[in-house]
Design a protein around this ligand. Sequence first.
Ligand code: NAD
Length: 340
Amino acid sequence: MAEQRTALISGSAGFIGYYLGQRLLTDGFRVIGVDSLSDYYDPNLKRRRQANLLQNAGFSAVNEPIEKPGLLADLFAEHRPDIVVHLAAQAGVRYSIDNPRSYLESNLVGTFELLEAARAHPPQHMLLASTSSAYGANTEMPYRETMKADHQMSFYAATKKATEAMAHSYAHLFDLPVTMFRFFTVYGPWGRPDMALFKFTRAMLAGEAIDVYNHGEMMRDFTYVEDLVEAIRRLIDAAPVRPESAEDIAEGDSLSPVAPWRVVNIGNSKPVQLGDMIAAIEDALGMKAKRNLMPMQPGDVPATWADAELLRTLTGYVPETDIREGVRRFVAWYRDYYQV
Ligand code: NAD
């Protein structure tokens, strides 16, 4: 029998961490979950997700902030994780405008602590979450990993881009195989209360108007959470190796010539107009939305669109769930969970 592998997931009580935890447990991993249960959004939702994970004997939870000095170093020394998936972060573009400090602590100091722990006890593969926002002011579509990703438009995006640079330097200096994901607007049941789908569904069921930014002229590459986790699962077993020369890097590949390093978009590659997402909620709820048309919000970009060819080449898989089906599943979960 193959030896059981240990995975450490930071942000395991979060939306994506919860799904990934379930998936890795199903696949026979022992999972150590680290999550501070921060109050950025309803901690009860995080507790419920964590309680579900704890039903599995292979899961253990550590509820501490990752930036706490030595916390991750001690966990790495004790458990020697084979695989590390770093999802813990202060997320959210708009919140970062008024609350930048929490992004420094969770995203920069937290990632530093993780990298230091990995330097002392190197895992087989580290996979870290970055974001489509890392593409910054780029307007060329679709976003491809080999494009320049400069001029971040929000402090959230700036900290995420900085973690990419930090992780690359550790990959290079200490020969740590690192995959950096760029996720594109992830949604689904158990999703985040600060994101549009959740806010619109809540408001519509309460008979309130929804705030539609940029007058609805907004396009997002919505990615269904189970598809995203399928892609992560496949990438876990595709650790990058240090290329022998720059010529070894295939066209479209974002491997660094100096480090076992890769950047991979995980997105549907089928951008959806905000209006079509709202129409999908209206259909799922059987009611029309009242709309407050608002200007573009600072920090936001009008469109995101993933080029998913690198993901397809590496894994043979690209996300496939259609927005209508994904929204239908979210709305069914929401009504059941909140009994509305
Ligand atoms: P989430 O907020 O639901 O999950 C993050 C989890 O990390 C939370 O449970 C939170 O309590 C925990 N956390 C935050 N700061 C922490 C700290 N300092 N120490 C320990 N735990 C901490 O968000 P998510 O949607 O699951 O996102 C996961 C990752 O994916 C994040 O890094 C996020 O930036 C990135 N991402 C998400 C999306 C998306 O659309 N959901 C898009 C792009 C990137």
